[in-house]
Design a protein around this ligand. Structure first.
Ligand code: PMP
Length: 357
């Protein structure tokens, strides 16, 4: 740290993303919940064509993207805001809807960026413990007195709440915003989207990173009533009005034109999840019922950290969190069936070696 670093950031513990190896080819990368399938070829074409216009700034209002998404989601364009990944809209929500008197409220086991956003935005936060089985107790979020952040499905637990449960939480927080982070919703969970016109305190956030194979392009969005979206735009236009660049915007439009391709890939990932979930359980793994593109798994005969390290040595990356309540687990992205087969084989060998050793 230099002696010039602002006092207000000295205590900051930055979010630690999963490792991004440089030599992709030898590594099986199941550590950051990316989609194993590349984007549609037309997305690549659209990016190449748009690159001729890189001397011009992008559209600050992302109108093409918002109009296409509005049609797809059956909402109006003024109920939408586009951002640089959904991390950006989450940060905007912390900035726009939390302050000294309105803390952020979220589960103790959830997306690790929430406490980081709260810290950098200098707002207090309260963590509500999940149950021992890692599920959320909805009533603990009633009358929260703060802005609620719920990843649904939750990460890294992979568990989802039903829409009616989210609705109860909304009803019991009518004086505060409830942000539902739906980064993984396309893998079989129920969206809160149909509630946005009924509850003016609901903001839904989503991403193109997972179900739409565009993690590297950084594209996310928020859906809520136009007043909430207006507040978020005030923050966006005061930080980075060109937050969605031209290449990403062109990629996003093409991606939505071929959305059947994306949804078919999600279907394949869910099938892979079902078959390899069974195989992992047969091998003794315990894991919650995943509604995401990852497993959250622990094994009675090996610690989470030892399994993570043994797999890493064999060129397979999974994610281990050194956080007390979840230290026994690893978060494992659902890859292609071929990748999962290699994973299973390696785990089998690791467990056998451990038994013999
Ligand atoms: N929410 C959750 C729960 C996540 O796991 C992630 C991915 N790390 C994000 C939001 C942010 O994803 P992105 O910024 O790529 O949209």
């Amino acid at each position: 740290m230099s002696r010039f670093f602002s006092e207000k950031y000295r205590e900051l513990e930055p979010y630690v993303p999963g490792e991004q190896p440089q030599k992709q080819q030898q590594i099986i990368k199941l550590n950051t919940n990316e989609n194993p399938y590349p984007p549609h070829p037309e997305v690549t074409e659209a990016v190449a064509a748009e690159s001729r216009l890189l001397h011009l700034y992008s559209d600050t209002d992302s109108r093409d993207l918002r109009n296409m998404l509005a049609g797809l989601l059956d909402v109006s364009a003024d109920e939408l805001i586009m951002t640089n990944g959904s991390d950006e809209i989450l940060n905007f929500a912390f900035m726009a809807f939390c302050d000294r008197h309105t803390p952020a409220v979220f589960p103790d086991i959830t997306y690790g960026f929430y406490p980081v956003f709260a810290t950098i935005d200098q707002v207090p936060y309260r963590e509500i413990p999940v149950r021992d089985d890692l599920s959320i107790e909805p009533e603990d979020f009633y009358q929260s007195g703060g802005t609620v952040f719920l990843a649904n499905p939750n990460a890294p637990t992979s568990l989802a709440l039903q829409r009616e449960t989210i609705e109860e939480i909304l009803k019991h927080n009518s004086g505060n915003v409830v942000v539902v982070d739906e980064a993984y919703v396309d893998f079989g969970a129920e969206s809160a989207l149909p509630l946005i016109r009924k509850y003016d305190n609901l903001l839904v956030t989503r991403t193109f990173s997972k179900s739409r194979s565009m993690a590297g392009a950084r594209l996310g969005f928020g859906i809520g009533n136009p007043d909430l979206i207006g507040d978020l735009n005030a923050v966006r236009n005061s930080t980075n009005p060109y937050n969605v660049n031209r290449l990403t915007s062109a990629a996003g439009v093409a991606c939505l034109q071929y959305d059947d391709y994306n949804m078919k890939n999600c279907g394949m990932i869910m099938e892979t999840r079902a078959s390899y979930g069974r195989k992992l359980r047969d091998m003794g793994f315990e894991m919650p019922e995943s509604r995401t593109n990852f497993f959250f798994a622990r094994h009675p005969s090996i610690s989470g950290r030892d399994l993570y390290l043994a797999l890493k040595e064999r060129g397979i990356l999974v994610r281990h969190f050194d956080q007390e309540r979840i230290r026994d687990y690893n978060r494992i992205t659902v890859g292609t069936p071929e990748q999962m087969e290699i994973l299973i084989e390696n785990i089998r060998q690791i467990l056998d070696e451990k038994k013999e050793g």
